[in-house]
Design a protein around this ligand. Structure first.
Ligand SMILES: Nc1ncnc2c1ncn2[C@@H]1O[C@H](COP(=O)(O)OP(=O)(O)OP(=O)(O)O)[C@@H](O)[C@H]1O
Length: 251
């Protein structure tokens, strides 16, 4: 079976700095692959290139058997490559359900009637409710987004991506700023989604990464120094050296 994602020798330069230094990586269907690395290693830059917001200087990105290197973010999303964003375009006075339905509508373009009240369109509300349930927010479906706690907003972000049924989810620090209890909920949630979606997870919470990932790649100064199972990464000498003195790696 073709891999869902194949990155080949991706390079991104900022002046003299190689933020992504010939990164190659393959992701299997249904795999949860984590990218870890110290601050400034190039994790966000890599996710940005996969999402399509940052253009690589060279190298290629193949998604689901097709070259998507030159595609815009919306074109990638339509093919099933979706990124979970820190929400900026959410409508705080609208409910969780309305926001997720709107995300679905935006994704599908003009195939829905704008003149009909959104919540009477089962084509929008049924998948929206499913995604909200998957994201563990069913009890908040009718709450205005302004009333959500920080952790619940991150769950909403996830619902807004899940609603379009992506083939690959790009997750950029989904536990950032969460309490221990909140991040535990997101770990359980991602665990429940495992196998159904391929996921590329960038995360600083090492307990979460080592609990969830099928494989982990370690990025240091823009270069992948190791890829392997959590046990292989724990045992890797070069990784231990790169993290020397960094207590966040549970090895
Ligand atoms: N737009 C930009 N212009 C210039 N340099 C940049 C730009 N974006 C990132 N960089 C540099 O590229 C390198 C990689 O940054 P990046 O944000 O991708 O790292 P990161 O691994 O995500 O870090 P963190 O864990 O702190 O989020 C850093 O040295 C950063 O200063």
């Amino acid at each position: 079976m073709t891999p869902i994602l194949k990155i080949d020798s991706l390079v991104k330069r900022y002046g003299g700095l190689l933020a992504t230094d010939h990164v190659s990586l393959t992701l299997g269907r249904g795999e949860l692959h984590a990218i870890i690395g110290p601050n400034g290693a190039g994790k966000t830059t890599l996710i940005g290139q996969l999402g399509g917001e940052a253009r690589p200087d060279s190298g290629s990105i193949e998604f689901d058997g097709q070259d998507v290197t030159a595609l815009m973010p919306a074109q990638r999303a339509l093919r099933g490559l979706s990124r979970s964003y820190q929400i900026t375009s959410v409508f705080p006075e609208f409910t969780v359900l309305e926001n997720v339905a709107l995300a679905m509508q935006a994704h599908c373009g003009h195939s829905f009637g704008f003149w009909k009240p959104m919540l009477r369109q089962a084509e929008l509300t049924a998948p929206a409710l499913r995604a909200i349930e998957q994201a563990g927010l069913a009890h908040r479906a009718e709450s205005p987004v302004a009333d959500l706690a920080h952790g619940e907003r991150r769950q909403l972000e996830l619902a807004m991506v899940l609603v379009v049924e992506p083939k690959l989810l790009l997750l950029d620090e989904p536990m950032a700023g969460m309490s221990h209890q909140e991040s535990g909920k997101v770990v359980a949630l991602l665990q429940s989604l495992k196998g159904r979606y391929a996921m590329l997870l960038v995360e600083h919470d090492m307990d979460a990464v080592f609990a969830l990932a099928d494989r982990i790649s370690v990025l240091v100064y823009g270069r992948i120094i190791a890829t392997g199972t959590p046990a292989e990464i724990r045992a890797n000498e070069e990784v231990r050296t790169a993290y020397l003195g960094d207590e966040t790696l549970p090895i």
